[in-house]
Write a new protein. Structure first.
Length: 323
């Protein structure tokens, strides 16, 4: 069995651990239901072992990291936390010694969310490309300038090193690990079992323009922004959007820019291109993607996509489909 150990410490973020655990356990369940054997052995471990309390007050039972022999762990992942528990974890001698030893012998190691700080403090990320929570990117870059931080990605792989951005992106990374270990066919049922809206590839931005806009906008604009996401193939010019919001075109334009920091036209194009990137990563044809996101014909999609991302949609699909 493939042994996965998630390293936790007092004050850790519970979802950083429980999300990936649910993915790997879901894979075992799917394998058993199809007549196979479980593939993953999942464990939580800490410096001292025993009960460890998360930031939410929920305590989990752990084994001692020091009791794990070098080479006995296939995948080692360090979970994240807020600043104070993270600082304490980075200074914990037993945690540091065990993580450095186990990471050096594991087939795959990495972090979820701000767990990257712990690995970086051990010198394990020097010169490597990594991801972490968007809110921690500035302090991370200042503290570890020799680490190549990708501030936008959901998760990043660099050889045996896997790192994810904030919280729920640990689920996305775990699904990618699952696809790497067992093939893409099993990840779909697991994601469906977890009732995920979509499987997100690592290259997708952790900054959602729709989510950011909804957070800043009030009704009726918040409702309109949500509607845009599900009607990208509809006419989305200022006239149509203003009418749907029940505002004059001039008032709508002013309030939309104030809420989102973007003109309606720019915002709609960004939303369409983000959706196009997701569809292309699934291997769909350019013609189909163009029609679904409202950038038809395909030449219009190609021009807008290359202008924003610096690569043609066809090349992007070839590079990322089924990854």
């Amino acid at each position: 069995m493939h042994r996965i150990v998630l390293a936790v410490y007092p004050g850790f973020e519970l979802l950083d651990a429980s999300g990936p655990v649910s993915v790997f356990n879901g894979a075992n369940r799917a394998l058993e239901q199809s007549g196979g054997q479980p593939f993953y052995r999942i464990e939580l471990a800490s410096a001292q072992g025993g009960l460890v309390t998360s930031s939410s007050g929920v305590a989990v039972d752990t084994g001692p990291l020091g009791g794990l022999a070098s080479g006995s762990v296939d995948t080692l992942l360090v979970v994240g936390a807020e600043r104070e528990p993270l600082v304490q974890a980075m200074a914990e001698p037993r945690l540091r010694e065990s993580l450095a030893r186990l990471a050096g012998s594991a087939q795959r190691f990495g972090s979820i969310c701000t767990g990257a700080f712990v690995l970086a403090a051990l010198g394990l990320l020097e010169g490597r490309r990594v991801a972490t929570h968007w809110d921690a990117c500035a302090p991370f870059a200042a503290a570890f300038p020799s680490v190549r931080l990708d501030a936008d990605a959901l998760y990043v792989t660099d050889g045996p090193l896997w790192t994810s951005a904030g919280v729920t992106t640990g689920i996305d990374m775990a699904l990618a690990m699952l696809a790497h270990d067992l093939g893409a066919t099993i990840t779909g049922p697991v994601a469906k079992r977890l009732v995920l809206y979509a499987r997100r590839p690592g290259h997708q931005s952790q900054f959602s323009p729709l989510l950011q806009a909804q957070a800043n906008a009030d009704s009726p604009l918040a409702d309109l922004i949500a509607w845009i996401q599900t009607h990208l193939d509809a006419p989305l010019d200022v006239c149509a959007l203003a009418a749907r919001a029940g505002l004059s075109e001039r008032t709508f334009h002013r309030r939309f820019v104030a809420a989102t920091g973007q003109t309606p036209a720019r915002f709609v194009e960004m939303a369409r291109l983000d959706a196009a990137r997701m569809l292309l990563s699934r291997g769909l044809s350019l013609k189909s993607v163009a029609a679904q996101v409202g950038l038809f014909p395909a030449t219009r999609l190609s021009e807008a996509f290359e202008r924003r991302f610096g690569v043609t949609p066809r090349l992007f699909r070839d590079m990322h489909a089924d990854l």
